[in-house]
Design a protein around this ligand. Structure first.
Ligand code: B12
Length: 373
């Protein structure tokens, strides 16, 4: 950005929003261009652009515009003289935005800024001051959203947005889960992925699954049950969760998987197994995930061919928790060391004593990891 700032049109293009949106943000929320020279239109400075990016990011996440604007106005900006006070070309050593009260703990957002979407001007390498400011703003936002502080502070817990199309979540649910639920109801895939990937990256799989993914899945399940609607939300959310869990780096190829994960015959629910595979990977434990609806014959063949020490069979629905399928594994000449029945579909009272019931993700990671240790 030239030192004299950007016109409204140029600012809008950089942000990827309409000029009318910028005008609205200016008139209603005071996020206007601050550089003014007599006889010329006002221009957007670097600080203005950083604020606009905060505004854009937060509104995309479902934060009400007035609340997003309040955050944007408080967002850290470059030192005042970095861009506006001198006529010298913006130097690459222009100060990065000062750490304000809302600055993230240092290093808390590292590693995921590359994935954070909504950058100010992707590829705009000619503008170091703006790039530095934007990067710092992104880090701040990421850390705040991730910590839940931002969404909590702006009072997202009231379920107002979305015209009543909300997913009911408990009163003490994690703020990131609220953001996810809102994004899900808006069918806003990019925001869902942003929230989910942030959670997985910064909190780890078990916490992301338990505190962010599960409440929203359970909420959308209840919503579906009550209305027989929102299948599209459930599908997009499932997809986003699958994608977010897949970003966890898998252990090196040389480490042969000794854990087999499969959904029971006719069982289409696989997300808990995907969470288990990702959480195991985080612990350095590789696994083979066969996926949905694995018939007994296929399961037995896979065990025969790969000789796993642990098999985890998932049943979500009572109709798929068929103990006979576990029996097929137990009857093998070389049965796996641990045969685990996971999920609410299994009739716990009828499980053979040699089958290990698993009731939670953290427990499953512990049992599986220690079985192959
Ligand atoms: C996503 C989803 C789908 C997706 C699955 C996508 C995928 N890739 O997995 C799709 C669209 C395919 C789907 C299909 C169907 N679904 Co569905 N689905 C869900 C939803 C929203 C989440 C499922 C999930 O991942 N649950 C896991 C966690 C989030 O929930 P949980 O099981 O209650 O968690 C408990 C335990 O499992 C345990 N736990 C949690 N995580 C982990 C992890 C491990 C490793 C372990 C050991 C334990 C554990 O802790 C929790 C506390 O006890 C649920 C809602 C729900 N409450 O589960 C409905 C739900 C399971 N589905 C339901 C239904 C009815 C169906 C369909 C029959 C719909 C239809 N008409 O076609 C089909 C079933 C097809 C089939 N034969 O399997 C009902 C089941 C009702 C019932 N009990 O019979 C539910 C409960 C929704 C509802 N409230 O009505 N579904």
């Amino acid at each position: 950005m030239a030192n004299d700032g950007l016109s409204a049109g140029a600012a809008a293009r950089r942000l990827g929003v309409a000029v009318t949106t910028l005008r609205t943000w200016h008139q209603r929320y005071g996020l206007g261009p601050s550089r003014h020279e007599p006889g010329h239109h006002r221009r957007y400075t670097v600080e203005d652009m950083v604020r606009l990016q905060v505004m854009q990011r937060l509104t995309a996440q479902g934060v009400a515009p007035a609340e997003a604007a309040a955050w944007a106005r408080r967002s850290p900006g470059p030192e005042p003289d970095a861009t506006t006070a001198t006529d010298a070309a913006p130097a690459s050593d222009s100060p990065a935005p000062a750490s304000g009260a809302s600055a993230p703990p240092s290093g808390s957002a590292s590693g995921s800024s590359a994935r954070a979407s909504g950058s100010l001007a992707p590829g705009d390498s000619a503008d170091p001051a703006l790039r530095a400011a934007a990067a710092a703003a992104r880090e701040s936002i990421l850390a705040l959203v991730e910590s839940g502080a931002m969404i909590a502070d702006v009072g997202l817990g009231d379920g107002r947005a979305g015209g009543g199309q909300t997913i009911a979540l408990g009163p003490r649910v994690d703020p990131a889960a609220r953001g996810l639920a809102r994004a899900a109801m808006r069918l806003d895939g990019p925001s869902m992925r942003y929230i989910l990937e942030s959670a997985v990256t910064h909190r780890g799989v078990i916490s992301a699954w338990t505190n962010v993914m599960m409440p929203v899945l359970i909420g959308i399940g209840e919503r579906y049950e009550a209305t027989k609607r929102f299948v599209e939300v459930e599908h997009l959310l499932s997809r986003a969760i699958t994608e977010a869990l897949s970003i966890v780096p898998r252990p090196p190829r040389e480490l042969a998987p000794r854990v087999l994960l499969a959904a029971a015959d006719e069982e289409q629910h696989t997300l808990p197994l995907e969470a288990l595979a990702a959480a195991l990977a985080e612990n350095g434990v590789p696994s083979r995930l066969l996926g949905a609806r694995v018939p007994s014959r296929a399961l037995v063949d896979a065990v025969d061919r790969t000789g796993p020490a642990v098999v985890v069979l998932w049943s979500q629905l009572p109709g798929t928790g068929n103990v006979a399928q576990l029996g097929c594994l137990m009857a093998l000449p070389h049965p796996p060391l641990v045969i685990a029945a996971a999920g609410p579909g299994w009739p716990l009272a009828d499980l053979p004593p040699t089958v290990t019931p698993l009731s939670g993700l953290a427990e499953a990671v512990r049992v599986v990891s220690s079985a192959i240790a």
